[in-house]
Design a binder for this molecule. Structure first.
Ligand SMILES: Nc1ncnc2c1ncn2[C@@H]1O[C@H](COP(=O)(O)OP(=O)(O)OP(=O)(O)O)[C@@H](O)[C@H]1O
Length: 793
């Protein structure tokens, strides 16, 4: 039942939401909120927070909210701002686990351990460079050459096992037959420079919390002892190390001697991160994790997103046959009007399937008179490779522009990562000399470059390196006056003795110019830092020396055999480079917005260097969304396609639609459940088999008839009015709708519908498919033009 919502504190919520919102936050109790897809968990948590502050006298700084993704954090923050005063909403600490841990280490770490004064996130790309630089057959150490015998992958594995405590340094050295001293040096180097991986943040934060409790209460971490309420959203995704954080924070003592209250929310059937260690049974076993806490379990009984028909498919076709139908999923009711059965379509080849998707998109846009826009459509796939392939294909053959969700930070793993190394040097962050080594590797294009870098690293272990900028200053001094190398401190001249002139004059001159550029741009950016100025500085820096050439050259260019494939490679690389540079710039812009909205960092570059990898999807009305199911989690869209017609190429969901005696597959079922519950209105499922050849019960849930927006009877007319209400958009004029409809039919009649191609010989099949593709492309191309025409009316 939807409540009328007269209470100004609680607002328009259902009875079950209201009960959760108003539950008294008892100490040493867990409020366990289990709720299905689209039940408004985010809104319920936001309203609970407001209620706690306004009705239970809880101060905003006594509440900590932890979530898995930056997107979930953003959604909760914006919901909170919309229902309460922005000022008090901003006082509540809502963080992702990683940003909570890294901030804890930076803010509270130094009094306990000096090591916490310098923390730098080592992303995958830098970690790879680290492993590459320090892996070799022979390694320099203490002036001698020792047997290294390490590939980059092997070193990566070794260091990771040491860091997570699976192997001691001695065991790792014995296992891989390398010098223990060398491994020690590398670990020491990472520690000394505060170079941490994400997993280190979690382990170190737990260590810090434990250490802080060793003294009396005056030594406790103030912020943690102050929290009375901990709220964790998307609890089904919790994996072991994150659960450890929750347990540590919840059991952290309070100054007033009470125990904290924990509210957790989630849907056990949306647990799709088992490969990272999350466990769908955690919800049921929660008492084992918190044995001293009492449990108060509550459910939300409604879904605001799913139509009754989609809800039925999710419960009866997906959950029930796979043994996943629980009380919550049985109880849940849709508050929405009927929306028609989901469509199950079968096509023989991927091309036919794309043609169908492209035609449906154009049909719905046209027949709705432009009520739908391209970004209302989302295609959900299982892997990033499928996302890329489908997006490229739709773009190339049908002219559909695609927004690949979750890939807006792809630049992080491209050559554009160089910009991050430069920004680290500009801001003189700890560990920035490692960035300088990475850049030196690019500048030194002579054979044995890696050997020289590791020699430099080894030699540098002996000099005073307590300052983050020591390497840069040191090299500058050495470059300026190499004659001085035998004077002054012992360390003088190391660089020029490794990069000897004249052999390395080019590298030396590149490096000199580069370092001068860094000093100059640092000075300029010390007055004002905004995305445009930063971008200009970066472009000026890379324009000198060979960095621009490095950016412009594809990675495996020199290995490519023929001239024509080299040209293709360059073209492909340049267009990707364009995309990556503009997405880097977009990341700067969106990070700048969050920086201006209030943060703790002293300057914008520091803020950016901490948050650059956090991806918040941006929707573009002229682009269809293409995404993996994992990335689309937590999102909702008006129309969802889940391709699956061809099992050679696209994820094969077909076993889910077979009779119950087919093997139960809960992992696949949960993934499909997340996918199909992203839709607010229409759901299209691709299948290898026609509906009539599936078990007869499937007719009850699916249809092969496409949603009809144009039928003149009142029922169908109401589909468009309902859509306009739900999309919160004005219903297009009758003139627009009939124009779109007639243009669509005119075109549709002209396009040739190709018969089933399975029996046609391979060549002919290709030919026919090609025709089909062309007709699809023309259809959409005209659709696009018509769409603009219709919307202009
Ligand atoms: N009481 C309510 N009245 C009307 N709409 C609501 C109410 N509560 C939530 N909604 C709407 O329901 C939709 C789904 O909410 P939300 O995204 O929070 O669901 P969720 O439970 O987090 O779903 P999922 O687990 O699938 O991510 C949103 O559009 C939200 O605005």
């Amino acid at each position: 039942m939807v409540a009328s919502g007269t209470d100004s504190d609680v607002g328009t919520v259902t009875d079950s939401q209201r009960k959760i919102i108003e539950t008294v936050p008892k100490p040493r109790e867990i409020l366990l909120v289990k709720a299905g897809p689209g039940s408004g968990k985010t809104l319920t948590m936001a309203r609970r927070i407001v209620h706690l502050v306004e009705q239970h006298n809880i101060k905003p700084e006594e509440i900590l909210v932890l979530s898995m993704t930056n997107r979930a954090v953003g959604m909760l923050k914006s919901t909170l701002c919309s229902i309460s005063h922005e000022e008090s909403a901003n006082q509540i600490n809502i963080s992702t686990f990683h940003s909570f841990c890294s901030r804890l280490l930076e803010e509270y770490g130094p009094p306990y351990d000096d090591a916490y004064t310098k923390i730098r996130l080592l992303d995958d790309m830098s970690w790879r460079s680290f492993s590459t630089i320090f892996s070799a057959k022979s390694i320099s150490l203490g002036g001698a050459t020792i047997n290294g015998n390490l590939t980059a992958a092997k070193l990566d594995k070794l260091l990771s096992s040491i860091k997570v405590g699976e192997l001691t340094i001695t065991e790792a050295a014995q296992k891989s037959n390398v010098s223990e001293e060398y491994l020690k040096e590398l670990i020491h180097y990472l520690d000394r420079n505060g170079m941490k991986r994400y997993s280190d943040f979690i382990t170190d934060a737990i260590k810090l919390m434990n250490t802080s409790l060793k003294g009396d209460s005056s030594k406790w971490i103030h912020e943690l002892a102050n929290y009375k309420i901990i709220i964790v959203d998307e609890f089904q995704d919790m994996h072991n190390s994150l659960l450890k954080i929750v347990k540590r924070v919840v059991s952290y003592p309070c100054y007033d001697g009470t125990t904290k209250h924990l509210t957790i929310a989630g849907d056990p059937n949306q647990c799709i991160y088992e490969f990272l260690g999350s466990n769908p049974d955690l919800f049921n076993d929660i008492h084992k994790e918190f044995p001293d806490f009492s449990l108060n379990e509550q459910h939300i009984h409604e879904t605001f997103r799913l139509t009754p028909e989609v809800l039925k498919v999710s419960a009866e076709v997906i959950l029930k046959p796979n043994g996943l139908l629980t009380e919550i999923h049985k109880e849940i009711k849709s508050v929405k009007p009927d929306g028609g059965k989901p469509v199950l379509y079968a096509r023989d080849t991927p091309l036919e399937e794309y043609d169908f998707i492209a035609s449906e998109i154009s049909r719905l846009i046209l027949q709705s008179g432009g009520l739908f826009s391209f970004s209302d459509f989302t295609i959900l796939l299982r892997s990033n490779k499928e996302v890329n392939d489908v997006a490229d294909h739709l773009n190339e053959y049908y002219g559909i522009k695609c927004n690949k969700l979750g890939q807006s930070t792809n630049w992080v793993t491209s050559k554009v990562h160089l910009f991050l190394d430069i920004l680290n040097l500009i801001s003189e962050k700890y560990g920035s000399e490692f960035c300088l080594m990475c850049i030196l590797m690019i500048m030194d294009d002579k054979p044995m470059a890696k050997g020289r870098i590791s020699k430099l690293f080894n030699a540098l272990q002996t000099i005073d390196n307590s300052e983050p900028k020591y390497l840069m200053n040191y090299i500058l001094q050495d470059l300026k006056d190499p004659k001085e190398k035998n004077k002054g401190s012992d360390s003088n001249g190391i660089f020029s003795s490794i990069y000897k002139l004249p052999d390395h004059s080019l590298t030396t001159s590149y490096l000199t110019k580069f370092l001068e550029g860094i000093s100059k741009e640092r000075e300029l950016l010390s007055h004002n830092q905004n995305p445009q100025l930063i971008m200009e500085s970066l472009l000026r820096i890379v324009s000198s020396g060979n960095l621009l050439e490095h950016l412009n050259t594809p990675t495996s260019y020199s290995l490519s055999p023929s001239k024509s494939s080299k040209i293709d490679m360059i073209e492909n690389h340049r267009s990707n480079l364009d995309i990556n540079i503009s997405s880097f710039y977009n990341s700067l812009i969106s990070s700048h917005k969050t920086y201006l909205a209030g943060n703790t960092e002293k300057d914008f570059i520091s803020h950016f260097l901490r948050t650059y990898s956090e991806d918040v999807p941006v929707f573009r009305s002229d682009m269809v969304n293409v995404s993996t199911v994992h990335t689309a989690k937590g999102l909702e869209f008006p129309v969802v396609f889940i391709p699956g017609s061809n099992n050679h190429y696209i994820a094969d969901w077909s076993s889910l639609f077979q009779d119950d005696n087919i093997k139960i597959d809960p992992v696949k079922a949960r993934l499909f459940y997340v996918a199909c519950t992203r839709t607010k209105h229409f759901l299209y499922v691709g299948s290898r088999d026609r509906l009539k050849s599936l078990s007869s019960s499937m007719n009850e849930f699916f249809t092969e008839s496409l949603p009809d927006l144009t039928s003149p009877d009142s029922h169908h007319k109401s589909i468009l009015s309902n859509l306009s209400l739900e999309l919160d958009r004005k219903l297009p004029s009758t003139q627009k709708i009939s124009l779109g409809t007639s243009l669509y039919s005119k075109f549709y009649q002209n396009s040739k519908v190709v018969p089933n191609t399975t029996q046609v010989a391979f060549a002919r099949e290709l030919h026919i498919n090609r025709q089909l593709v062309c007709s699809g492309a023309m259809l959409l191309h005209s659709g696009r033009k018509l769409f603009h025409h219709v919307t202009k009316l």
